[in-house]
Design a protein around this ligand. Structure first.
Ligand SMILES: Cc1ncc(COP(=O)(O)O)c(C=O)c1O
Length: 526
């Protein structure tokens, strides 16, 4: 026990005010919801407090399980409720991991993982992050016969990045019989990328998947400690066996039930946070400091060796954040006024702390370039959605190289297929880490390309739309995580020759989507 790392909660605004003799301070350190619970939820807590505090609450939180089952289209025996999602995580470790078992996770990630793993005497296998995000290919290769639990946090705390659906499926397929994959989705409601895992769909298919969610973040009930889990009934049974009696308190149960009834109003608040996150990130990149693709209610500042000093300086200006010394600083998205105060304080730190020299992602023009790609991707995504409900007629003008003319079905089929080819090709060039041009790519006569366009031209547009959105969001996330060294890589295309990363993005990914959207524009009857 003496060797366990100690869990460090975020510092409160009051403590920071005292320590720095400030008149006011804001806490952006614990990824909390900046908004109070809705009045109807507060009323439900009041009623519960007035009537029943002398009685034990329902040990199994049955009503909450039933309400969650109804809301998510699962059966009640596929749902467990615990004392926060951390409570359920601890139950999973207790139920599944013995000494000698390996518990695998990416690192840096949620800081309770090593504490819980050591508590049960299991072996930690921590795979270092890459691109300021979980390194899912490396995680896959770290799976062994002794792997018992794989903990995947998406969006990841503290980097804020999400993994893709396909990456999770690869892990689910790779783990040995009897091992469990835990998808920790404490921040799920804030994720907007269409590439993120469809956890509910996967729970229905994979008995070796457990998904953790919580009322603490998007529902704003952090102090009341209610988390939940979706999984196969056998997993639910196992975690229920190690549930501390009555640990899901009565006020929390009442508040969770009331919150589920006002889910629409709560999601409007979540949307506000998401918009604020996107606004804040655009400002940060505009200031010349890039951050990895944020999908949660916080942003990760990859300040490297300047992280501890940055936290202290922000704190002295009344902005309390969460430091990870030597790595970065995690900043929760607050109200618009709080975010403005944070950005202003950060701005004042850039020169004195020489932040650009320590920053682990692109700075200056490099940061602004990332934001330009993100904005182009978002604009392309909107155009794709608009075209998905439009009628198209006729054929495109002849392709200058091949003379090909396509109907809208062929354009859609091509848009839907090329992302899953070109993004891995870009990754191949970057992963090679070579100072010389790396061979990559295909030409227009590639038989797989032609076959995919032919096969896909009659498919429903909805299917194509989902595929295009998936790859655009995967590219959006990938581009945001590239360091300067990654941007400097060069590929060698069979006919177009040497191409740097920007050139590849323009020719084969972002610019490529725009070009085919222009074709769809030309097929809309006037
Ligand atoms: C990744 C992750 N999982 C779980 C939790 C815990 O949430 P809860 O309040 O439900 O225990 C947190 C909270 O910080 C988190 O960051």
């Amino acid at each position: 026990v003496a060797s366990l790392p100690v869990y460090k909660p975020g510092k409160s605004a009051e403590v920071a005010m005292r320590e720095h003799a400030l008149d006011s301070a804001i806490k952006l350190a614990s990824n909390e919801n900046p908004y109070d619970p809705l009045p109807s939820v507060v009323e439900a807590i009041r009623v519960a407090a007035a009537g029943s505090m002398h009685r034990y609450a329902d040990h199994r939180a049955t009503a909450v399980r039933e309400a969650l089952a109804k809301r998510h289209g699962l059966s009640v025996d596929q749902i467990a409720v615990g004392c926060g999602s951390v409570g359920l995580l601890q139950q999973l470790l207790l139920a599944y991991a013995d000494p000698g078992d390996e518990v695998l996770y990416g690192w840096r990630s949620f800081e309770v993982y090593p504490i819980y793993t050591q508590t049960v005497g299991a072996t930690i296998v921590a795979v270092p992050n890459r691109f300021e995000a979980l390194d899912m290919p490396a995680l896959l290769t770290a799976i062994t016969e002794r792997t018992r639990l794989v903990l995947v946090t998406s969006p990841n705390n503290p980097t804020g990045t999400a993994i893709s659906h396909d990456e999770l499926v690869a892990v689910l397929d790779a783990v040995p019989e009897g091992a469990l994959v835990v998808l920790d989705e404490a921040y799920h409601e804030y994720a907007r990328g269409s590439h993120v895992p469809d956890a509910l769909g996967l729970v229905r298919r994979y008995p070796n998947l457990a998904v953790l969610r919580t009322f603490s973040k998007a529902y704003g009930l952090a102090a009341l400690r209610v988390g939940y889990l979706f999984a196969h009934p056998e997993v639910v049974d196992a975690v229920d066996r190690v549930l501390v009696p009555f640990t899901v308190n009565g006020l929390g149960q009442a508040a969770a039930l009331a919150s589920l009834q006002v889910a629409a109003e709560l999601s409007e608040r979540v949307e506000r946070t998401v918009l604020e996150r996107e606004r804040t990130v655009a400002v940060l990149r505009g200031l010349g400091l890039s951050v990895p693709d944020p999908q949660a209610n916080f942003v990760w500042l990859p300040a490297g060796e300047a992280a501890a000093a940055l936290t202290m300086k922000l704190e002295s200006m009344g902005v309390v954040t969460r430091p990870f010394p030597g790595e970065g600083v995690r900043v929760t998205i607050g109200t618009p006024a709080e975010n403005d105060r944070f950005v202003e304080a950060l701005h004042a730190c850039i020169d004195p702390l020489e932040l650009q020299a320590h920053w682990l992602l692109p700075t200056g023009g490099g940061a602004r370039r990332v934001q330009q790609y993100v904005e182009r991707i978002d604009a392309a995504r909107e155009r794709v959605v608009e075209h998905s409900v439009r009628a198209h007629r006729g054929a495109t003008s002849p392709d200058p190289q091949t003379g090909e003319q396509w109907d809208a079905g062929q354009v859609w089929a091509h848009l839907a297929e090329f992302g899953s080819f070109w993004l891995p090709q870009l990754q191949l060039v970057i992963d090679a880490g070579s100072p010389w041009p790396v061979p990559f790519g295909r030409t227009k006569s590639d038989p797989h390309r032609i076959a995919a366009i032919e096969a896909g031209r009659a498919h429903p547009v909805g299917e194509h739309l989902a595929a295009v959105e998936y790859s655009l969001d995967a590219v959006r996330a990938y581009v945001a995580g590239l360091a300067d060294a990654d941007w400097s890589r060069v590929g060698q295309h069979p006919t177009l020759g040497a191409m740097d990363v920007s050139h590849q993005l323009d020719e084969f990914l972002v610019g490529h989507v725009e070009q085919h959207l222009d074709q769809l524009d030309s097929l809309v009857p006037s």
